[in-house]
Ligand binder design. Structure first.
Ligand code: KIV
Ligand code: NA
Length: 282
């Protein structure tokens, strides 16, 4: 199948056809994304939290992101693949952002990059796009800034913040971003922004009026459900499966069967030696 491109996204936005996006971080999740015909796959810096167990997204490096992007590209042939520029790889200057973006495209083989921030990042977005790389914006809750924010929280619940987000969205569109993620904002604020932009909005915790939706893979499949130290799944995230429970059951069954001598039975002992060879051996 042909890979989804920016023209498809523009067409879908025009037609009111929703855009479906999810994150993936490795080969198996990328294959699942493709099999379920996701439009856009994001190699998110959320990899820091859901696969590496960090408390924030701040700890991943551009090299970590490249490593994960390459695995996703191996599994994903249909979706447009977007790679997150991690915290610290783009904020210092537009040239810093451009060289990080080039690395993610050349070494990570992604189709586009994403970075966090509104008006203050517009110039950087413009420069990366001028440099030939498609950029997705990300405003509202921007997890990379968690230490300055003082924790994870929603944004845009007062008019001052809502206006700030709105102006950020306009600035990103003006700068040439092809889409913008709206994270953890009131659905009415997301609706107004979506109506005022010509590029698609992709919501997460932003209600149903955005042009598309994105969810984090581990959260949506209920992967992080370890009995005694469960990570909290955000309250906006619907769990479409309880994969964590299925994994736990499998591992416990394996352990029990080994301890009881039930595994491996004859079915799983497939290599045979002839009697004659065995006699010579012993
Ligand atoms: O890193 C990530 O998973 C993201 C999505 C939540 C949009 O940025
Ligand atoms: Na991210």
């Amino acid at each position: 199948p042909r890979r989804v491109n920016l023209q498809d996204l523009r067409k879908w936005k025009r037609e009111g056809r929703k855009i479906v996006m999810m994150t993936a971080y490795d080969y198996p999740s990328a294959v699942h994304a493709d099999l379920s015909e996701m439009d856009v796959v994001l190699v998110g810096d959320s990899v820091a939290m859901v696969t590496l167990g960090h408390d924030t997204t701040q700890k991943v490096t551009i090299d970590d992101m490249i490593y994960h992007c390459r695995a996703v590209v191996n599994g994903c042939k249909r979706a447009l693949i977007v790679g997150d520029l991690p915290f610290g790889s783009y904020e210092i200057s537009p040239p810093q952002a451009m060289s990080s973006a080039y690395r993610l495209v050349k070494e990570g083989s992604v189709d586009a990059v994403k970075l966090e921030g509104g008006r203050k990042m517009a110039e950087t977005v413009h420069r990366i796009v001028q440099g030939g790389i498609a950029v997705m914006g990300h405003i509202g809750l921007t997890p990379g800034s968690v230490s300055a924010i003082g924790g994870f929280r929603s944004f845009g619940r007062n008019s001052k913040e809502a206006i700030e987000i709105f102006q950020g969205a306009l600035a990103l569109e003006e700068a040439g971003a092809f889409a913008v993620v709206l994270e953890c904002i009131p659905h009415l604020v997301a609706k107004h922004i979506t109506e005022c932009l010509s590029i698609p909005t992709i919501g997460i915790g932003a209600g149903k009026y955005t042009s598309g939706q994105v969810l984090v893979y581990h959260d949506m499949i209920g992967m992080l459900q370890h009995p005694h130290h469960a990570k909290v799944t955000p309250k906006f995230c619907k769990k479409y499966a309880q994969v964590g429970e299925a994994i736990q059951e499998a591992l416990e069954n394996y352990r029990d069967e080994v301890l009881q001598g039930k595994f491996p039975n004859e079915t799983y002992s497939p290599y045979h030696i002839s009697e004659e060879e065995y006699e010579k051996f012993v």
